[in-house]
Design a protein around this ligand. Structure first.
Ligand code: 13P
Ligand code: SF4
Length: 373
C-alpha cells in the first residue's frame, strides 16, 4: 500500500516554538490551521481526549465508531486525536492516497504494550505442543487495543479483532469456528464477555506469557474455552466494587455504569457495562434528574457531567483517586497546533504507516470484525 506524501512548500516548523505556547495561545492557531486546510483534513477524537483537544474534533467516538468512520472519510488527511493503535487502524482501513497523522507519537496504550508478537507466537507454539494444531482448535481474538502486527497474526491464523462494543458477537463468531479462543491483551474484557455468554470461570484460564505454557498445566489448557492473556488497563483497575457498594449505600436510587475493561467484580456490581460511546449514549438518554456513578476515564466523565447538568443529572466519577489515561493526554493543544500548521504549510509530520506486509493481514482481521459487528 503506497501512502502519498504531501509536497513540501515551506520549512518544517519545529515543535520547540509550539511547546512554549499556553493552551489558550494554541487554540486560535488550531482553528486558523484548520481553516487553511478546509476539507483536506478531518479531525477524529476519542472520548478520552482532553476538553481543549476534543472541542476541535469533526468526529468523536469509541474505537469501533472511529474505525468505521476512518474507513469512510473522504479527506486526504486524517488527524487522529487518540492513541497509536487507533491511528494504525485508521491507516489500515483508509484508502492508499489518504494519510493518517498522530500529533504525538508518544501517545501509546500501556495495555496494548502488554502483548507483543514474539510472546503471542511463543504462546501459539506452546498451544501446539499441548493441543496439536492450534489452527484447528483455537481462534485468536485480539482486542483492538493492540499493535498492528498482532492484528496481522489474527488475520493470518483465521482470527479476528474485537472492540469493547462488539466483543460478544466476535466471541460467538470465534467459538462457532473453533472450540477455544485465545483472547489478548485484555483479560478483563475477555472474562466479562465470556461470563455474559455463560462460560464458567473455571473454563477461562489466565495465560501468563512469561511462563512456559502460560503457567498452566496441560489439563488446564485442555479444559479452557477462553485463554485470557494477563493484560489489563491500569486506568480501569482503579475502580473497585467497594466504591460501588459505598456509593449505593448513600444513593440507593442511583445507577452505575462501567467500561468492560474494569474487573469482573465491578462489572457484576454495575447496572450497565459498555464502551465509551455506550456510556455516553446511555446516560444522555436517561430521564432527567437521575444520578450516575461512572467507571471510566476522567475526561469523559467530567465532560458528561457538564453536559448533563442542565437536565439535572448528577454524574460522579467512580474512583476517589484521580485517574486519567496519561498516554491519551499526550495529544495536547500544542502538538495538535504543531501538526496542523505543518500540514497547512505542506509538511506531513508524524504520519502513521503500517508496513504493507502487516497491513494486509491485519486488514483481513479488521474486515472480519466489521462484517460481523
Ligand atoms: P472504547 O472502544 O470503549 O472507546 O475503549 C477504548 C479504550 O481504550 C478504553 O480504555
Ligand atoms: Fe489504553 Fe487504558 Fe488508555 Fe484505554 S484507558 S487507551 S486501555 S491505557
Amino acid at each position: 500500500m503506497n501512502k502519498t506524501i504531501m509536497q513540501t512548500t515551506l520549512p518544517v516548523l519545529d515543535f520547540e516554538q509550539f511547546a512554549a505556547l499556553s493552551d489558550e495561545e494554541a487554540a486560535p492557531r488550531i482553528v486558523a490551521a484548520r481553516e487553511r486546510l478546509g476539507s483536506k483534513a478531518v479531525l477524529l477524537s476519542h472520548h478520552y481526549q482532553r476538553a481543549d483537544v476534543y472541542r476541535h474534533a469533526d468526529i468523536t467516538g469509541d474505537s469501533l465508531k472511529l474505525a468505521r468512520l476512518a474507513a469512510r472519510t473522504e479527506a486526504e488527511f486524517i488527524v487522529f486525536c487518540g492513541v497509536h493503535f487507533m491511528a494504525e487502524v485508521a491507516d489500515i482501513l483508509s484508502r492508499p492516497e489518504q494519510t493518517v497523522i498522530l500529533p504525538d507519537l508518544a501517545a501509546g496504550c500501556s495495555m496494548a504494550d502488554m502483548a507483543n508478537l514474539a510472546k503471542v507466537e511463543r504462546c501459539w507454539r506452546d498451544l501446539a505442543s499441548v493441543l496439536g494444531e492450534p489452527e484447528k482448535l483455537v481462534t485468536p481474538v485480539t482486542y483492538i487495543n493492540s499493535a498492528a502486527d498482532l492484528k496481522a497474526f489474527c488475520g493470518e491464523h483465521g482470527g479476528i479483532v474485537c472492540t469493547s462494543t462488539n466483543a460478544p458477537s466476535i466471541i460467538d463468531w470465534a467459538l462457532k469456528r473453533r472450540e477455544k479462543v485465545l483472547f489478548f491483551p485484555d483479560q478483563h474484557l475477555g472474562r466479562w464477555t465470556g461470563y455474559k455468554k455463560g462460560i464458567p470461570l473455571e473454563q477461562m484460564a489466565v495465560w501468563n506469557p512469561d511462563f512456559e505454557n502460560g503457567g498452566l498445566t496441560a489439563e488446564e489448557i485442555q479444559r479452557a474455552r477462553i485463554l485470557l492473556w494477563n493484560g489489563y488497563c491500569s486506568v480501569h483497575q482503579m475502580f473497585q466494587a467497594e466504591h460501588i457498594r459505598r456509593w449505593r449505600a448513600q444513593h440507593p436510587e442511583g445507577l452505575v455504569i462501567s467500561h468492560p475493561e474494569c474487573n469482573l467484580d465491578v462489572c457484576q456490581a454495575s447496572d450497565y457495562v459498555g464502551s465509551t460511546e455506550f456510556i455516553i449514549e446511555t446516560v444522555t438518554a436517561a430521564p432527567p434528574n437521575t444520578r450516575w456513578l461512572v467507571g471510566t476515564e476522567l475526561n469523559l466523565v467530567n465532560r458528561l457531567a457538564e453536559q448533563m447538568k442542565p437536565q439535572g443529572k448528577a454524574i460522579q466519577f467512580m474512583s476517589p483517586i484521580v485517574c486519567m489515561c496519561s498516554t491519551m493526554q499526550r495529544i495536547d493543544p500544542q502538538h495538535l497546533a504543531w501538526s496542523l500548521e505543518n500540514l497547512a504549510n505542506g509538511n506531513v509530520v508524524n504520519p502513521i504507516r503500517v508496513p504493507a506486509f502487516d497491513a494486509e493481514r491485519a486488514r483481513t482481521a479488521l474486515l472480519n470484525m466489521l462484517e460481523t459487528s
